[in-house]
Design a protein. Sequence first.
Length: 143
Amino acid sequence: MANIVPDSFKTDLLGGVFDFDSGGSTFKLALYTSLGGFSTSTTAYTTTNEVSSSGTNYTAGGNTLTNNGVAVASNVGYVDFADTTFSSVTLTAVGALIYKSGGSNNAVLVLDFGGSKTATNGDFVIQFPTANSSSAIIRLGDA
């Protein structure tokens, strides 16, 4: 499976649900043990298959992301988030969901890690790609 951009994100983006400017909407990243329930039909954050918060030091709902705002280069608009660290956790995850926190907890992007990633009483770090028009995590541009 590859990363998924839910259809609901596309319509919600055009409908003005999201504000990706710094200081705009609050976005979170939740970790999952299985991505089997996610598809282009995904609409919102779910607790199904989310990493357990029992005995792992993981907080249900995940981490709040620091949004570094929007930019445009080479006719491509893009959004960047700062890397996020789940500190002193013991967990295994195969992917994550970025979503808008609050209201309907609207889905933004499903991330597939390409396999199980583990931290044992240590830090689990999500490192976002370089913030530019060819690598940023969310990009909109000419087809």
